[in-house]
Design a protein around this ligand. Structure first.
Ligand SMILES: [Zn+2]
Length: 233
């Protein structure tokens, strides 16, 4: 019989209990760990166990809980003890990694309450998963410091806003509410790996020049011809 859960390292040990809205599976690891994580020795024995509730993706719109009998092992060689590791489980959130991924996606478009109700996790956990996810995305985003930075402005609601761009990738790096010298200096100094920026393209506006000379003295300034022409006009 194929396992309804289809998880690589967890198996169902008896038929699930269910009602109108929820399903509960009794589960355990598919196999024991092969080696001691401390010394690599392969003679281990069961030391203790505990029950742990792990939430998983809903099945036919029913919330799914896994009652996991988690075992602890002891090494015959070095004597260290350890809980079995499961690659499908996110330990921090006590849920399967596939449920975590689904919550990250859903929380972008639904309310935290809606997501919480549909998967059977409290709202606070949903909010924390979302916060972690956004922070991770921001770190990835920050990582893309352009080698060739563009400093420009766009007019939004009749005011010029600072726009930093990645010239090579033709992407926007950041937008700030104004283009004052302090704002430009502040934003440029927040780029921790700014020595990576080799070229800067910008117009002749003095605050930009001052900011770049102060914060990015190593970068070569490539004056934007379009802006020069516009200024001459
Ligand atoms: Zn060992």
């Amino acid at each position: 019989m194929s396992d309804l859960l289809s998880l690589p390292d967890i198996k169902t040990i008896e038929p699930p209990q269910e009602n109108e809205t929820d399903m509960m599976f009794k589960v355990e690891a598919v196999g024991p760990p092969e080696r001691c994580p401390e010394c690599g020795f392969d003679k281990l024995y069961k030391y203790s166990s505990r029950n742990q509730l792990i939430m998983d993706l809903p099945i036919r719109l029913k919330r799914v809980g896994l009652q996991l009998n988690r075992r602890r092992y002891k090494c015959r060689e070095c004597g260290s003890t350890f809980w079995e590791r499961l690659i499908s489980v996110d330990e921090k959130r006590s849920m399967t990694k596939r449920l975590l991924k689904s919550i990250q996606e859903q929380s972008m478009s639904k309310t935290f309450v809606e997501v919480a109700e549909s998967v059977g996790v409290d709202e606070k956990t949903i909010r924390n998963v979302f916060k972690d996810y956004v922070a991770l995305k921001e770190r990835e985003y920050q990582f893309e410091t352009p080698k060739w930075l563009g400093i420009d402005e766009i007019h939004i609601i009749r005011r010029p806003r600072l726009v930093l761009t990645n010239i090579e990738r033709r992407t926007i790096y950041d937008i700030k509410p104004n283009r004052n010298k302090e704002t430009v200096i502040q934003r440029l100094s927040e780029i921790s790996d700014r020595t990576y920026i080799e070229y800067v393209t910008m117009d002749m506006w003095k605050p930009y020049k001052d900011a770049v000379n102060t914060i990015l003295p190593h970068a070569k300034v490539v004056v934007d011809k379009f802006h020069v022409v516009r200024m001459a006009n």
